[in-house]
Write a protein that binds this ligand. Structure first.
Ligand code: PRT
Ligand code: ZN
Length: 303
């Protein structure tokens, strides 16, 4: 195999080096067909079969790297993107990078939590309180939108212990399962931002070859995300049950109906369902007259 061209015509995509998004990000790219080898320093992943290299960095640096066109693309949490966008706007800078896709991983929420025993009568209870966070701009916008004046205590980490240390009356932090809050005797009271990973792109126009690869990557990402939810379902049914069965097939557009040799009143139905097929659905299909039910995972999909 010839050595990959590592010239300027290659896309650079920033990915979190080590953290909650790393495995999901590389997994998504591998599912999009990318084969890459990591350099000795582990900071770069060289694409072997696409003109695309990965740069492994801290997630907080990704919006800047893309905004400044050091990288063409980046995979990062919407929470980090929003905070950066609001920070740039507050400093009077135009925000130029853009979000190309919402992705189906890295789900969490930026939420406000108060000590277990603190009273809560809605957002107004935050008036005059000290709120600890690592997301001061996103919190400030939320407070402003709700007409609340409060003190924002900006910390660089360990936000959840701030109330116990007497540094704050409430916290505004990322939550997924909520167990960190519980362990720190805090109670989640309201959501500031729903977040998930996103793909961002440089504001600078790309050369046609690069642009074409971005389009291909987007198409593959869409395919991968659809496939994760999709199932291929096959079943036999009496023709008379078809209207009821079609209604029960979750998220399927036009199922294929195939006659069954020797059974003029029975057909086979094949359909792609764009939602997960649960046992309850199969039971309802059976009750509607379906038999020989088979649900298969979908490997790849291209609309
Ligand atoms: O080193 P680097 O700066 O790159 O990493 P980091 O430590 O800043 O980020 P990391 O790896 O913790 O998170 C990266 C991204 O993952 C975040 O920006 C979010 O977009 C997303 N994400 C998803 C989360 C969580 N879920 C999450 N649970 N980020 C942080 N958390 C924290 C949460 O605040 C709590 O402290 O994880 C802890 C466990 O959460 P619970 O609710 O499950 O207890
Ligand atoms: Zn970080």
């Amino acid at each position: 195999m010839s050595a990959p061209d590592r010239g300027a015509g290659r896309l650079k995509l920033a990915v979190q080096k080590s953290g909650r998004l790393t495995e999901h990000s590389t997994d998504l790219l591998v599912r999009c067909g990318l084969k890459f080898s990591r350099g000795k320093d582990q900071l770069v992943g060289y694409g072997e079969n696409m003109p695309l290299d990965l740069l492994f960095v801290r997630d907080d640096d990704i919006p800047d790297l893309v905004e400044e066109d050091v990288c063409d693309l980046g995979l990062v949490g919407l929470n980090v993107v929003e905070e950066k966008r609001l920070e740039l706007a507050a400093r009077g800078h135009e925000v130029r990078f853009s979000v190309l896709r919402s992705l189906d991983f890295g789900r969490c929420r930026l939420a406000i939590a108060v000590p277990d025993d603190a009273p809560w009568q809605g957002v107004a209870s935050l008036a005059g309180k000290r709120i600890a966070t690592t997301y001061p701009y996103t919190l400030a916008r939320y407070l402003e939108q709700n007409g609340i004046r409060a003190d924002i205590v900006t910390l660089s980490g360990a936000v959840e212990i701030a109330p116990r240390l007497g540094r704050a009356d409430a916290v505004c932090d990322l939550v997924s399962t909520g167990s960190t809050l519980v362990a720190n005797r805090l109670r989640e009271v309201t959501t500031v931002l729903e977040s998930h990973a996103v793909l961002v792109r440089t504001p600078v126009a790309l050369a046609p070859e690069k642009s074409e690869w971005v389009e291909r990557l987007l198409m593959r990402i869409d395919g991968v995300q659809q496939v994760r939810e999709s199932k291929y379902i096959m079943l036999h049914a009496p023709r008379s049950a078809l209207p009821a069965i079609r209604k029960l097939l979750p998220g399927s557009e036009s199922p294929t109906i195939i006659p069954l040799e020797g059974h003029p009143d029975r057909v086979a139905v094949h359909a792609v369902c764009r939602e997960n097929v649960f046992w309850e659905t199969l039971e309802k299909l059976k009750a509607a007259g379906a038999s020989a039910l088979l649900v298969l995972p979908v490997e790849k999909m291209l609309a």
